[in-house]
Ligand binder design. Structure first.
Ligand code: HEM
Length: 480
């Protein structure tokens, strides 16, 4: 029901988008001119340092910094990261104003995203304006309900194949297992590609790229990609490795090795108004965006879910019982998803406490108002689902892992942007239903057969581009 509501909302946005997306002018002012910045002076701000502002504190402990900022200064807090002016929005109504009510005055090309250009290029995640809208319309049909139903069998099949190799009492690295699984699934269902042999190398290349982006993000100055620093060289090598995989996937399609009924075939067959095919570079950007965005976040959601289940044995037992009641001893299918409500609540609750997309930003194209305050063009606003999801105004006992909170009317009664693991507005995650179906089916398939017993160390949330667990990732398998 929620899915169809969101779908409806999506089409509404798309209609508005046609007229409005053209307002985005990528050549807008950035950062805001000095005179305009004084408009932000009225906002409360933690004490900063000369020149670098709040960057060192923000970079050292991002989550701690925003938690303290919201606690001490309220729902709209100004801070400065080097020369970049930023405003933290910590109330769902403020977030809604930006993401939902006036989305076309805001672009994603924040100081953060401009560091990831070499990886994602102008794919759906990073593109703007009319070109974004054009691409979104091409990609969206691959996420329609009938297509998702067809993908579900592969999701379960790949999970069963992976857990067949598991042995009772063996140790596994949960994140590595979930990453390989979701990577193979997304490559198969969207691009009909078999990437089993590439998982380790691509995973390492992606991690190198992400680590380098993390370093750039924490540096007060920007060093262009072309400067041959050791970090840039590592970054370029990692992008080259990913590019080689994309080239192979596209070449295999061209040679007709893959079936015609997948997203890549659709993208290759697409023609613009003048009958021209999608440029090679755009095709590359879309494929890499969907491959990376389409597996990392889901793998993280699953990893955090297994850790939470291991730490809450009562929930874990209920989950296994609920799966057995819904599916019996066989493997689940898409038709079982409506009966796997408890599994869905567990996944939702896990993404509340550990949202893989723990933060995202937008940059103002034109001067505007948010919460009645003047915001100059070029200002970055930050939204932290990490904060909103643990706000006692919206969630009772917010730090408690309690899947039952999703049982009743909670979702309908929440302000629209109080829970937003997939974002909101027209740039909402295109793969959100894909991700939910996949997570529910994977958790149900595994939980019916295995209990994942976590080691004594708890993984710590590390805010990279996504919320990655660091340390304490080893777990022991116990057959049910
Ligand atoms: C639990 C899993 C996932 C989470 C938490 C997640 C989260 C998000 C969020 C928060 C955004 C919006 C970011 C913003 O507004 O700045 C987003 C966008 C996006 N996601 Fe996901 N995502 C997940 C799974 C997926 C999957 C499975 C796919 C594809 C197969 C995908 C593809 C994308 C793409 C292409 C965008 C950009 C959409 C646009 O701007 O039009 N995501 N995701």
């Amino acid at each position: 029901m929620l899915a169809s509501f969101l779908e409806g909302l999506g089409s509404m946005y798309m209609a508005g988008a046609i007229a409005a997306a053209s307002r985005v002018d990528p050549a807008h002012v950035y950062p805001p001119p000095v005179a305009a910045r004084s408009a932000l002076d009225a906002l409360p701000s933690p004490p900063g340092r000369p020149l670098v502002g709040h960057l060192p504190d923000f970079a050292r402990d991002t989550l701690g910094f925003v938690e303290a900022a919201a606690r001490e200064h309220g729902d709209m807090v100004r801070f400065r990261l080097g020369r970049w002016e930023a405003v933290l929005l910590n109330h769902p109504y403020l977030v809604e104003e930006v993401l939902v009510r006036d989305p076309w005055n805001w672009i994603k090309h924040t100081f953060f995203w401009r560091h990831v250009g070499a990886i994602f290029g102008k794919g759906l995640l990073t593109n703007e304006g009319q070109p974004w809208l054009h691409q979104r319309r091409l990609v969206q049909p691959a996420f329609r309900h009938d297509r998702l139903e067809a993908y579900a069998a592969t999701m379960v099949d790949y999970t069963l194949r992976r857990i067949e190799r598991w042995e009772d009492g063996a140790e596994i690295d949960v994140r590595a297992e979930m990453t390989s699984l979701t990577f193979e699934i997304v490559a198969k269902v969207l691009f009909d590609a078999d990437v089993a042999g590439d998982v380790a190398e691509i995973g390492a290349a992606f991690d190198t790229g992400i680590e380098e982006i993390g370093r750039r993000f924490r540096r007060p100055i920007r060093i262009p990609d072309r400067v041959p620093t050791p970090g840039n060289l590592r970054y370029r090598r990692s992008v080259a490795r990913m590019d080689a995989l994309i080239e192979r996937i596209v070449a295999e399609h061209r040679e007709g090795c893959a079936g015609p009924d997948d997203l890549l075939s659709d993208l290759m067959a697409a023609r613009d108004e003048e009958g021209r095919p999608m440029p090679e570079e755009q095709l590359r950007d879309e494929v890499i965006t969907l491959l990376l965005a389409g597996h990392e976040t889901t793998a993280l959601a699953l990893t955090w879910t297994w850790w939470l289940l291991a730490r809450h044995p009562g929930v874990d037992r209920r989950l296994a019982d609920a799966v057995e009641a819904a599916v019996g001893s066989g493997a689940p299918g898409v038709a079982d998803v409506p009966r796997l409500g408890y599994v869905e609540h567990v996944v939702k609750e896990s993404m509340r406490l550990r949202p893989p997309a723990y933060s995202f930003g937008r940059e103002a194209v034109e001067p505007c108002e948010v919460g009645g305050r003047e915001i100059p063009a070029g200002t970055t606003v930050f939204v932290f689902p990490w904060l909103l999801h643990r706000d006692v105004r919206w969630f009772e006992k917010p730090l408690t892992f309690d899947p039952d909170r999703w049982e009743g009317e909670l979702e309908e009664s929440l302000p629209r942007a109080a829970y937003l693991p997939f974002g909101a507005g027209p740039r909402i995650c295109v793969g959100r239903h894909f991700a939910m179906i996949e997570a529910v089916l994977i958790v149900a398939t595994i939980a019916a057969r295995w209990r994942i017993e976590w080691g004594p160390a708890d993984p710590r949330p590390f805010p990279s581009i996504t919320l990655r667990p660091t340390g304490g990732l080893t777990a022991r398998l116990r057959s049910r």
